[in-house]
Design a protein around this ligand. Structure first.
Ligand SMILES: C[S@@+](CC[C@H](N)C(=O)[O-])C[C@H]1O[C@@H](n2cnc3c(N)ncnc32)[C@H](O)[C@@H]1O
Length: 350
């Protein structure tokens, strides 16, 4: 294990993401009637979703969040029920906090969250969706200014997490494919620890233009071996959903799956599995829901943030491992924590 004297910045990301959890709470109580629907009897996720008009993704964001807040729980049959605490946002319970929560019901963020929950995303997507490039849809990641802004917004997070991630990935003299690699920091740090290895950074062309500048600076940071990193990285501008992926020993998917809906995640896992050489490893760095889909709160808040801004949400390790298995990989049981509520899981190709 890496000795890590640096503070975990999770308090900052938790407070940031809590805003999205608050919006879910207000929307659930005042715009979707979740608690009134459940006040007579427990309902299955499918039945409750149907009654309040939610598709799979918003339901998979909202219900785990309300469980993490201890307002809902799953009963022995797997149905959702209101907890003792949750009774206090139902009309039946007197007194209750419906009026008090209602002081915020017209907050623009809460109102818009309700709209996005009901619509499974924003009503207007003409400008594209952040961090997503799919088919012919417009993408901010293909706009020089916007892609720079979105990429640099992730730079500090990547710089902080990448040394920890790199130290936990397998050592190798082979090749790393960092798909949707963004700034490239995960690649740069891993190459520094693996002086004979090479790597490919795959992303949209406009994003890689930013990564190239960051690599230039990285090469001059004075750390032993940093100057060799530049010559060991290949930039692959392309589309991970459709391009032939280069064969690799290690494939890293960092903060990648969480931008995409469930139906895209399996094809992505299939493509990544196909790019691995025999004995190769697929690593995912992300924030994971509990396998029971009832928390943790830091991740359900994050899932709400991702739901707000991308096509995805947070997933459980169980969901990832099911995709890996279906893709013909062997998931390992290892759960490695990094920082800011992220962690690593990985699967092997026979
Ligand atoms: C949330 S960022 C993650 C970046 C990096 N892995 C990190 O953790 O800092 C998602 C990245 O996916 C890239 N991306 C989105 N759609 C893509 C596509 N179809 N092909 C390749 N990259 C794509 C975006 O440009 C963006 O850099």
């Amino acid at each position: 294990m890496l000795e890590n004297p640096q503070p975990d910045l999770a308090p900052i990301t938790r407070h940031l993401r809590a805003m999205f959890g608050s919006r879910l709470l207000i929307a659930a109580v005042h715009h979707l009637a979740v608690f009134e629907e459940l006040s007579n009897r427990p309902l299955s996720v499918a039945e409750l979703s149907h009654r309040i008009g939610l598709k799979e993704r918003p339901a998979a964001v909202l219900f785990p969040a309300l469980c993490a807040m201890n307002l809902l729980a799953y009963d022995e049959s797997g149905n959702l029920r209101i907890t003792e605490l949750g009774q206090y946002v139902t009309q039946k319970q007197v007194p209750n906090l419906i009026g008090y929560v209602g002081l915020e019901k017209n907050d623009p963020g809460a109102v818009e969250m309700a709209v996005r929950l009901k619509n499974d995303g924003p009503l207007d997507t003409t400008g594209g969706i952040s961090y997503v490039k799919e088919g012919d849809e417009p993408s901010p990641m293909d706009d020089a200014e916007l892609s720079r802004m979105f990429t640099l917004a992730l730079a500090g997070r990547a710089q902080k997490l990448s040394p920890i991630v790199a130290a936990n990935l397998s050592k190798s003299d082979g090749h790393l494919l960092d798909v949707a690699g963004g700034t490239g920091f995960y690649t740069f740090e891993w190459l520094l620890l693996n002086p004979k290895a090479t790597a490919t950074l795959l992303d949209r062309p406009a994003v890689l233009a930013v990564a190239a500048e960051l690599l230039e600076t990285f090469g001059k940071n004075g750390r032993p071996g940093a100057e060799t990193v530049q010559e060991r990285v290949t930039f692959h501008p392309g589309d991970m959903l459709t391009d032939d992926l280069p064969q690799t020993d290690i494939l890293l998917a960092a903060s990648l799956f969480h931008d995409w809906p469930t139906e895209t995640c399996q094809p992505l896992a299939d493509r990544f599995a196909a790019a691995l050489r025999p004995g190769g490893e697929l690593w995912v760095h992300d924030a994971f829901l509990n396998d029971e889909l009832d928390g943790p709160l830091a991740v359900t808040d994050y899932s709400a943030q991702l739901f707000w801004g991308t096509k995805g949400r947070c997933y459980s390790r169980r969901e990832y491992r099911a995709w890996f298995t279906k893709a013909g990989l062997e998931p390992t049981a290892e759960n490695i924590s990094t920082q800011m509520d992220y962690g690593l899981i990985w699967a092997k190709k026979r």
